[in-house]
Design a protein around this ligand. Structure first.
Ligand code: NAD
Length: 491
């Protein structure tokens, strides 16, 4: 039974209906592990965006009036529907993104946890009152939804990143327009379907596929009040500048170059296990991935040797197969850019400790790259400075913790940083002086839980309020301060 072109072409979801974009421009969506064509994604137009934003504006007027306890009940139902489908969603994530099923299951749960957090909106949205701030005068703070929120998301977490945004924004009473990644559009569609099944009213949640044209239309549309973006640094900066100039509230989470400092007193086995998972897990395509290892003092040689062995043992292949630990990169073009960077690193003087490029020949049908380790990297080399987004580690040698922290702090990025040590004093010095938003102490992927903010620093974040936790509630609500007194009666 063949699939027709019409069935392959994905639809937008506007005003409660799946409908075709007017565009004739489409991009193929291949399974990155096999090259098999999964779908064709339309590069929708500004006119499609306009219809979605209008539908959202209209629906917002009644959704904001729905009592917050009822909106919370929709979250409870959505959560149940998602929990029943963890396996289905994980397989979908793996099929379009390439990460292993275990990684995908973890991601699905991370998304569900945000729905669980958002179900607490009746208390999260509460204001506060100070009676008698002056004689007979009371003061109160009350919260309201912001209006129409646009969410623009990357390819690397097809479930978790849209879920950083939608549950909190919707439970707070906003309407939403989601722009999925054009490279992983399928999971987003399923999330929207399940939200509707849970009871989100028509028009409150919309989805428009596409790329730059859709994004730029959302950033400047007068009907959009707030923009949540997650993606690469140059696009985050563009989104922040453009949306802010158009008078919108904006949070833009950007790229990363995460450093892991390994002290001579670290538990070597634990550190190697954590760095292997952080650096090579999800093929290095996490914004929290370890990218640079800073080895302090005598730990350098044994650490590199153990990392090479750990890389040798990783099973590469299609993430749908149980036991596979490393899936493909998202596209062949992305892999080609990474390979170019590896060449550049070698030309600039790095030493190849483990070469993962052989996977390209061994597994030619997908976009695979094996674990790659460059040793003797110095902080000025391009591989040490730029985000590669691949299973490639650069190892820098340092003589002291101070020198290692200096290396971390000279990076223009500041998403995450990790230290491996058994010394409380070293860990404390690291916490107090390192310039990054999400720190790990002997933890390789220190992702905050849904009830904490996801907080990059420097060029890893543009804006003020971060994603999830109380920051998320603050971002998706606006406040009124009411000062009141009553002249008549009651004396
Ligand atoms: P990307 O920047 O290429 O795409 C992100 C979104 O922006 C997509 O929806 C895409 O369609 C859109 N876009 C792309 N180019 C655009 C342009 N020129 N103008 C307007 N819109 C454009 O990012 P990606 O490759 O999908 O995702 C990987 C990146 O995301 C990495 O840099 C990673 O570090 C980052 N990321 C950051 C976080 C975080 O929390 N800081 C989380 C996940 C991913």
């Amino acid at each position: 039974m063949g699939t027709t072109v019409q069935e392959m072409r994905l639809k937008n979801f506007i005003g409660g209906m799946w409908q075709a974009s007017q565009t004739d421009q489409v991009l193929p969506v291949p399974n990155p592990a096999t090259g098999e064509l999964l779908a064709e994604v339309p590069l929708s137009t500004a006119a499609d965006v306009d219809r979605a934003v209008r539908a959202a504006r209209e629906a917002f007027e009644s959704w904001r009036e729905v009592p917050v306890v009822e909106r919370a009940r929709v979250m409870f139902r959505w959560r149940e529907l998602l929990v029943q489908r963890v396996e289905e969603l994980a397989r979908l994530v793996t099929t379009e993104n390439g990460k292993t099923l275990d990684d995908a299951r973890g991601e699905v749960w991370r998304g569900i946890e945000v729905v669980e957090f958002a179900a607490g909106m009746p208390t999260l949205m509460q204001g506060y009152v100070s009676p008698q701030v002056s004689r007979g005068i009371d003061m109160e703070m009350v919260r309201y939804p912001v209006g129409v929120v646009a969410g623009i998301v990357p390819f690397n977490f097809p479930m978790m990143v849209p879920m950083w945004m939608m549950p909190i924004a919707l439970a707070a009473g906003n309407a939403f327009v989601l722009k999925p990644s054009e490279r992983t559009p399928l999971t987003s569609m399923r999330l929207v379907e399940l939200a509707m099944e849970a009871g989100i009213p028509e028009g409150v949640l919309n989805l428009v596929h596409g790329g730059k044209e859709v994004v730029d239309a959302l950033l400047t549309h007068p009907g959009v009040d707030a923009v949540s973006f997650v993606g690469s640094q140059p696009v985050a900066e563009h989104v922040y500048r453009t949306a802010a100039a158009a008078g919108k509230r904006v949070q833009a989470l950007a790229g990363a170059k995460n450093h892991h400092i390994v002290m001579p007193d670290a538990n070597l086995e634990g550190a190697v296990h954590a760095i292997r998972n952080s650096g090579f897990g999800s093929a290095g395509q996490r914004c929290m991935a370890c990218s640079v290892v800073v080895a302090v003092g005598s730990v350098g040689d044994p650490l590199v040797e153990a990392l090479v062995e750990a890389g040798d043992r990783m099973r590469i292949g299609n993430g749908l197969e149980e036991g596979v630990e490393l899936g493909p990169l998202i596209r062949a073009e992305h892999r080609a850019r990474v390979v170019e960077r590896i060449h550049q690193g070698l030309a600039e003087g790095a030493v190849m400790a483990r070469d993962g490029r052989d996977a390209m020949e061994r597994l030619p049908q997908g976009f695979f790259l094996g674990p790659t380790i460059l040793d003797r990297v110095n902080p000025e080399m391009t591989v040490a400075r730029e985000e590669l987004f691949a299973p490639v580690l650069s190892v820098i040698r340092a003589d002291s913790l101070e020198e290692a922290i200096g290396v971390v702090n000279r990076s223009r990025f500041g998403n995450s940083a990790v230290i491996y040590t058994e010394s409380g004093a070293a860990a404390r010095m690291f916490r107090e002086t390192v310039q990054a938003g999400m720190l790990g102490v002997n933890v390789g992927v220190p992702v905050p839980m849904a009830f904490f903010p996801f907080s990059g620093w420097k060029n890893s974040f543009y804006g003020d309020l971060h994603a999830t936790g109380r920051d998320g509630v603050e971002f998706y609500t606006r406040k009124k301060m009411v000062t009141s007194r009553w002249f008549g009666g009651g004396r």
